[in-house]
Design a protein around this ligand. Structure first.
Ligand SMILES: *[C@@H]1O[C@H](CO)[C@@H](O)[C@H](O)[C@H]1NC(C)=O
Ligand SMILES: *[C@@H]1O[C@H](CO)[C@@H](O)[C@H](O)[C@H]1NC(C)=O
Ligand SMILES: *[C@@H]1O[C@H](CO)[C@@H](O)[C@H](O)[C@H]1NC(C)=O
Ligand SMILES: *[C@@H]1O[C@H](CO)[C@@H](O)[C@H](O)[C@H]1NC(C)=O
Ligand SMILES: *[C@@H]1O[C@H](CO)[C@@H](O)[C@H](O)[C@H]1NC(C)=O
Ligand SMILES: *[C@@H]1O[C@H](CO)[C@@H](O)[C@H](O)[C@H]1NC(C)=O
Ligand SMILES: *[C@@H]1O[C@H](CO)[C@@H](O)[C@H](O)[C@H]1NC(C)=O
Ligand SMILES: *[C@@H]1O[C@H](CO)[C@@H](O)[C@H](O)[C@H]1NC(C)=O
Ligand SMILES: *[C@@H]1O[C@H](CO)[C@@H](O)[C@H](O)[C@H]1NC(C)=O
Ligand SMILES: *[C@@H]1O[C@H](CO)[C@@H](O)[C@H](O)[C@H]1NC(C)=O
Ligand SMILES: *[C@@H]1O[C@H](CO)[C@@H](O)[C@H](O)[C@H]1NC(C)=O
Ligand SMILES: *[C@@H]1O[C@H](CO)[C@@H](O)[C@H](O)[C@H]1NC(C)=O
Length: 409
């Protein structure tokens, strides 16, 4: 019996638990890139910085026959530029004299220019704060008088990125302060991460990434709210070719294991107009923010996004103005944190939200090993019991055969 059970176990259940057997479900992405970081490439002491620190981080993610360039920069509004080339030796060239003198147009290039296949950028433009006295958490239906003047991120003073740059983990943290007293004890921060291969972030929402993506985590810590009922809205802008169409969709996500209680994923995707050809690039997030630095389930708060708004001009990010020319336009999106009934910002003085920026189609969650294991056990154990029961009945029957049937009176 015991051998029969273990035979069944090894035949039916164990294969379900081991990874290769369900690769068809996992769709594991094994593509790897070689990632290297360089701060302010080509900048030397002969270039005098006009105002404060210069933070321009160049991340090269080299593949077999292509390169993904991520450029993370705090001059003007903070931004992440993504450039994909079909050459494994394309390079970034910054004309620092022009860049630093504000003669931005054309001062930042990826060379050779004809190797560039796709370019886009995500810009963090503004942080809005509103006085939610009636606890509606719905800024779109509030009078303009409920809004405080927005924090223009282009006017922030940023710390030196060099102090937080980690060349091993491919991460950097950019923290800055607004021009007002509210930032005396607090800051607005963006944590940038680049990746060599598929994986997940170490902290909630543990977004799934691959080698074609980078992640930006936003957090707002210790800032003094301008009201006891303050809530925040983060305004983002995305720059893409005018020939692309963009849309935001919220999909059901099957995997709750990594982001407890969140069954959705939102993504802003960019694809050619009138074409069924695949998505060229995306910005992806889970509709959840966290109200503490080391969150427990209770600290999760939902977030929502607004409709896309076409912008008349490119945002005031030096990186964007230096790289993009004609043929590109910007769309804006507001991300609203919290829902009615959730604590206001002053309860924890902390808020964090994470977003993935990538090339190609956004990663999709698949059943994890744990879920597969539970499913296998849930389906497998009854199956084993049924089979064992069958065997047992057969054995009983066979034993009882020689004695023949009892005569029926
Ligand atoms: C600084 O960079 C300029 C051009 O970018 C170059 O001509 C000059 O030689 C460099 N100076 C030093 C000290 O490396
Ligand atoms: C580039 O490499 C990828 C993966 O190795 C391969 O699928 C693709 O066909 C290659 N493209 C060209 C143009 O060689
Ligand atoms: C800006 O750069 C362009 C091209 O290099 C140059 O022709 C122009 O004179 C520059 N403008 C200023 C104000 O320096
Ligand atoms: C990259 O693409 C450009 C234009 O699409 C083409 O001219 C060039 O030959 C390509 N290079 C490689 C290495 O495939
Ligand atoms: C809050 O609710 C009160 C009573 O319903 C209403 O008079 C007031 O206009 C509301 N305030 C805001 C800012 O919506
Ligand atoms: C932000 O900076 C821009 C240009 O540097 C300036 O025109 C604008 O007035 C500033 N805004 C605020 C709110 O300080
Ligand atoms: C970063 O800091 C290190 C050590 O303080 C210094 O040697 C290096 O020159 C700095 N790099 C840049 C780009 O500022
Ligand atoms: C980079 O991160 C690794 C892993 O967290 C850590 O061990 C290392 O000390 C960090 N390096 C720097 C320069 O902070
Ligand atoms: C900053 O913190 C100090 C000490 O906790 C406090 O006295 C001060 O009022 C705070 N400043 C602001 C602007 O909140
Ligand atoms: C937040 O502000 C409100 C209104 O001023 C106040 O009643 C509440 O006690 C504050 N919460 C905290 C945790 O300070
Ligand atoms: C897309 O298709 C619509 C209707 O088929 C057409 O009117 C429009 O001009 C097309 N746009 C482009 C950019 O091809
Ligand atoms: C974000 O919200 C603010 C306040 O309602 C509004 O003024 C701004 O236009 C919105 N931005 C976008 C991109 O929708």
């Amino acid at each position: 019996m015991a051998t029969a059970a273990s035979l069944l176990l090894s035949l039916f259940i164990w294969p379900l638990l081991t990874r290769p057997a369900f690769a068809f479900l996992d769709r594991g992405d094994t593509y790897r890139r070689k990632v290297s970081l360089e701060l302010n490439p080509g900048l030397n002491s002969s270039h005098t910085a006009p105002l404060g620190v210069i933070n321009l981080l160049h991340v090269r993610a080299t593949g077999n026959n292509d390169t993904l360039h991520f450029i993370f920069c705090s001059q003007g509004a903070p931004a992440v530029l993504l450039v994909h080339t079909n050459s494994s030796s394309s390079s970034l060239k910054v004309d620092w004299l022009k860049f630093l003198s504000g003669n931005l147009s054309g001062s930042l290039k990826i060379e050779p220019e004809n190797s560039v296949h796709y370019s886009s950028a995500l810009v963090f433009t503004r942080l809005w704060e509103y006085d939610d006295v009636n606890d509606t958490a719905d800024p779109t239906h509030l009078p303009p008088s409920s809004f405080f003047p927005p924090y223009e991120l282009q006017n922030f003073t940023w710390e030196d990125l060099n102090r937080t740059l980690n060349y091993t983990t491919h991460t950097a943290q950019l923290c800055g302060k607004g021009p007002t007293e509210s930032f005396h004890n607090g800051s607005f921060c963006l944590g940038f991460s680049a990746f060599e291969s598929e994986g997940r972030g170490p902290t909630w929402p543990r977004l799934l990434h691959n080698a074609n993506a980078s992640q930006v985590r936003f957090w707002l810590k210790g800032v003094t709210g301008r009201s006891g009922f303050s809530r925040f809205v983060l305004e983002l802008q995305h720059i893409d070719s005018k020939e692309l169409s963009s849309q935001v969709e919220t999909l059901r996500s099957i995997d709750d294991e990594y982001t407890p209680s969140i069954f959705q994923v939102s993504q802003w995707v960019f694809s050619p107009i009138n074409s069924t050809s695949p998505i060229l690039g995306y910005v992806q997030w889970k509709p959840v923010a966290y109200r503490t630095e080391s969150p427990v389930l209770n600290d999760a708060t939902p977030c929502r996004h607004s409709h896309l708004m076409p912008m008349d001009q490119l945002p005031a990010s030096d990186l964007v103005l230096a790289y993009f020319g004609d043929g590109y336009s910007a769309h804006g999106l507001n991300v609203t944190f919290s829902i009615a009934g959730d604590p206001f910002y002053n309860a924890t003085d902390y808020l964090s939200w994470t977003v993935l920026v990538g090339l190609g189609s956004p990663p999709t969650e698949s059943f994890s090993a744990l879920v597969i294991g539970i499913m296998a056990l849930g389906l497998g154990i009854p199956l084993v019991l049924i089979l064992l029961g069958g065997v047992f009945v057969c054995v009983r029957k066979q034993r009882s055969v020689p004695q023949g049937y009892e005569p029926i009176n």
